[in-house]
Design a protein around this ligand. Sequence first.
Ligand code: IMP
Ligand code: MG
Length: 172
Amino acid sequence: MKRLISESDIQMEVAKLGQQIAADFCDRPFTVLGILTGSIIFISDLIRQINIPLRIGLIQASSYRSRTTIPGNLAINAELLPDITGRDVLLVDDIFDTGNTLATVSQTVQRHQPNSVRSAVLLSKQGRSTVKLKPDYDCFLIPDVFVVGYGLDYNDDYRHLPYIAVLDAQDL
Ligand code: IMP
Ligand code: MG
C-alpha cells in the first residue's frame, strides 16, 4: 500500500471546503446528506468545519460486490432520509468515480421536493465520469487508481485509515 494523501493535507482541504460551504449556504434551510457508508469520516470532519446552522441526514447506496473493485448494480435505500422538503441539500460522498452513484442518489433525493441539491466529494477520479452531473465541490483530483482510507473501503476493510492510500495488485 502506498500513501497518496496525508492526514494533514486532508484536514487542511476539508477545513477550506467547510468555510466555502458555510459562505455559500448561510441563511438557507440547509441539510448535509451523507451517502453511506463511504462518507462517514468525511462528513463528520466536514460538518465540524461548517459554522452555520445545519441538519444532518443519511441515505444508503451500495454498488460494489465484495472482493471486487468493479462496481455492480447500485442499490439505494432511502429509509433513513429525513424530511428535506424545501431545504437546500448538500449530498456528501467519499469519491466521484463514474458518477453513477451521485447522479442516481441525486435523482432519488429530487423526488422529495428539496429546494436545491448540490454535491461535495473528497476525491474526484480524473477521466472516469460517465454522467452529465459534476460534483459542485471536491477536495482532491486523483488519477484512475483504487484508493482506500478515510471512509473508502476494499471489501469493507481500511475505512478507518486517517489518510488515503493506493491499494497495490498484491493487496487485492
Ligand atoms: P461511482 O458511482 O462510480 O462514482 O462510484 C462511487 C462509489 O464507488 C463511491 O461511493 C465508493 O464507494 C466507490 N468507489 C469508487 N472508486 C473507489 C476507490 O478507488 N476505492 C474505494 N471505493 C471506490
Ligand atoms: Mg464503497
